[in-house]
Design a protein around this ligand. Sequence first.
Ligand code: SF4
Length: 145
Amino acid sequence: MLKVGELDKPANVPCKHLCAHGCGVFDNRPTPTCGAFTCDWREGFLPKSAIPSKTHMVVWKTHLPTQDGERVEILECNIAEGEPIHQATFDHLMKCSENITVMFVRGEETWAYARGRKLAAWSPGARLSMRLDRRGIVEQVNTGS
Ligand code: SF4
């Protein structure tokens, strides 16, 4: 579901190494993208029912630059294209968004919550640009396609 630069694998395309038992090249999987990646479900931060193989939603911590050039931690949730939102995962992320920016990505759609409310959304084709301070999104800029 996620993009893997080392494999030229775009998002939402199954990996060529995926097999019936999971990763077919586990011991030699690309680093850092696969080797260092861990999701919030695996780390125990999400409800057990929010397992990505069932919800088609993967949540992980990442960083974005603030307007002052610092890096702020956010949660990113990637939803497989065409899949609905899993309610228990969404409810959990809404609670998280009281304290951390949560960005959802599904195909070309992107939207974000911060301080417990929806603050930004980008339509398909629009270039994503936003300004962050340490508390979350402070400005959304739609620059068109
Ligand atoms: S962990 Fe393995 S199957 Fe998954 S994307 Fe990486 S190489 Fe492909």
